[in-house]
Design a protein around this ligand. Structure first.
Ligand code: FES
Length: 104
């Protein structure tokens, strides 16, 4: 299964999802209403967006809110689990690193 985003206008099934746009580290990313922030990131081709204490890349590991590997800052709130937070149109997402304890 591919995580890529099939835009509703080009989907042969004729979906009617509501499009949305979030900004991740200043880059606008398209998604659809109901997607999690992790879903939008994965659909954009990103597999990791932060680093663990060892510097190893982190993104979605469990996908159900247990591992905390997917943490991001959303609209100024740190340590939001991207796999549990539904994306909202206009959300501003900033990646963060556990190794540094600061946003990139
Ligand atoms: S991927 Fe495990 S908490 Fe988000």
């Amino acid at each position: 299964m591919s995580p890529r985003l099939v835009r509703a206008g080009t989907d042969a099934v004729g979906r009617t999802e509501t499009p949305l746009t979030i900004t991740v580290d200043g880059e606008p990313l398209d998604g659809v209403a109901g997607q999690t922030i992790a879903g939008v990131l994965l659909a954009s081709g990103r597999r990791s967006w932060r680093e663990g204490p060892s510097g190893a890349p982190r993104g979605v590991f469990c996908g159900i809110g247990v591992c905390f590997d997917c943490l991001v800052t959303v609209n100024g709130a740190r340590d939001v689990r991207a796999c549990r937070r539904r994306a909202a149109d206009g959300d501003t997402v900033t990646t963060q690193s556990r190794a540094e304890g600061e946003e990139r």
